[in-house]
Write a protein that binds this ligand. Sequence first.
Ligand code: AMP
Length: 209
Amino acid sequence: MKLIFLGPPGAGKGTLAVLAKEAFHLPHISTGDIFRSNIKGGTPLGLKVKKILDSGALVPDETTIEIVQDRLAKADCQAGYLLDGFPRTVTQAQALDGFAKPEAVINFVLADDVIVQRLSGRRVCKACGASFHLQNLPPRQPGVCDNCSGELIQRPDDAPEAIQERLRVYKAQTEPLIAFYRQKGLLKDIDASPAPESVLAALKKALNV
Ligand code: AMP
């Protein structure tokens, strides 16, 4: 199965991708995760993109497309993959058409006020990356990771100004992809507001699995 997860920041694409990866046995390719692990490792790519990610803007298309093209060429992606957070611009989608044929594009639908509530309350573990939420999924002890006792922090791009910028960028650059893929007959809308297990059930139904 060759899948694309599309949707605004905070719609839970990453959480669902982890569940879907297990359920469908697919490699999960998250461009955001690739950039963040390069930033953490201090690689040349990480140094180049850190400021961009912190501000909520997009990494240039050329850089992002090259990374995804290389990743999809690997052996583990030949039978299928789950692309999370790519494409994010029409240029990226057109480039992807040249080297991959996605079978379905899942559009996670969520209202703006819920997006802001989800992103502003998110806290992630500095050590293991586990994700919590001040209201929806609080850690047992405030500020401490349930899994590894690491420190919980707010991602720089979850700060209020960065959230507004990410939403603006989503509407200007990524939302046009809904029409792009609907026209190709690939788009499946999923309500992203329920709990992750319910969203996964809806996803399975939409994909007939
Ligand atoms: P995410 O974890 O998917 O929310 O991505 C975090 C950040 O990584 C985004 O706000 C962008 O700065 C960058 N990023 C991730 N995917 C892309 C993409 N397809 N194109 C450009 N920038 C991206």
